[in-house]
Design a protein around this ligand. Structure first.
Ligand code: URA
Ligand code: SF4
Length: 205
């Protein structure tokens, strides 16, 4: 079983978004509130790919609207990347969590879930034809570039996925998890540097 069984016959963003609501390509739909599909303006040239929706995204039905998304918006603005040039999505479209008291704690998606959900992302790339894929964190980078990919070693470099420009960097939530304000400030600077590299690569194309 995979998302491939739920793809619409017509490849348009709207058709994908609608069909994905009923996806039962893996078990994750059972405990999530709803499918959180990618979003962005039709002409967006940069596709940001995260891991999976978080708690807030799951409840609201939109990607990157929680704390990590707010930070992403802030850092993009600082790097001079316009929101309308960005399409944001995730490798896995349902929130995976486990209960801890009253809270829902994020759980990393497994390899089987990533594989099952990948047809959605591939269809999004097909429809959007972005100039560059920005892989946010290890889950996204390894889903597209292989298990041996290390973000720490290759962040900010010009990469290639299926003959398309790509660049990997850390996930914004890893910046939020930094313990000291100095560490956070450093990680913000490094992320902005990677975003400036994204702009540079696009202008060279
Ligand atoms: N983290 C992600 O990877 N994606 C979201 O949509 C939100 C948080
Ligand atoms: Fe379908 Fe992906 Fe949700 Fe699994 S996580 S049910 S494959 S949309």
């Amino acid at each position: 079983m995979s998302a491939a069984d739920y793809l619409p016959s017509e490849l348009s963003l709207k058709a994908l978004q609608v069909s994905s609501r009923d996806c039962h390509g893996c078990e994750l739909y059972q405990r999530a509130t709803q499918t959180v599909f990618g979003e962005g303006s039709p002409g967006a040239r940069i596709m940001f790919i995260g891991e999976q929706p978080g708690d807030e995204e799951d409840l609201r039905g939109h990607p990157f609207v929680g704390p990590a998304g707010r930070l992403l918006n802030e850092l993009l603005a600082e790097a001079g990347i316009e929101r309308r040039d960005a399409y944001v999505t995730n490798v896995v479209k349902h929130f995976k969590w486990e209960p801890r008291g009253k809270r829902r704690i994020h759980q990393k998606p497994g390899a089987g879930e990533v594989k099952a959900c990948l047809p959605w992302l591939q269809a999004e790339i097909e429809v959007m034809q972005p100039k560059i894929l920005v892989l946010l964190g290890a889950t996204a980078a390894q889903a597209l570039l292989g298990k041996s990919f290390r973000v720490t070693e290759q962040r900010g470099q010009k990469l290639d996925y299926a003959q398309r420009l790509a660049l990997a960097t850390v996930h914004p939530s890893s910046i939020l998890r930094q313990r000291t304000s100095q560490d956070r400030a450093r990680e913000r600077r490094l992320f902005i540097q990677d975003m400036l590299r994204v702009r540079e690569l696009m202008s060279l194309e």
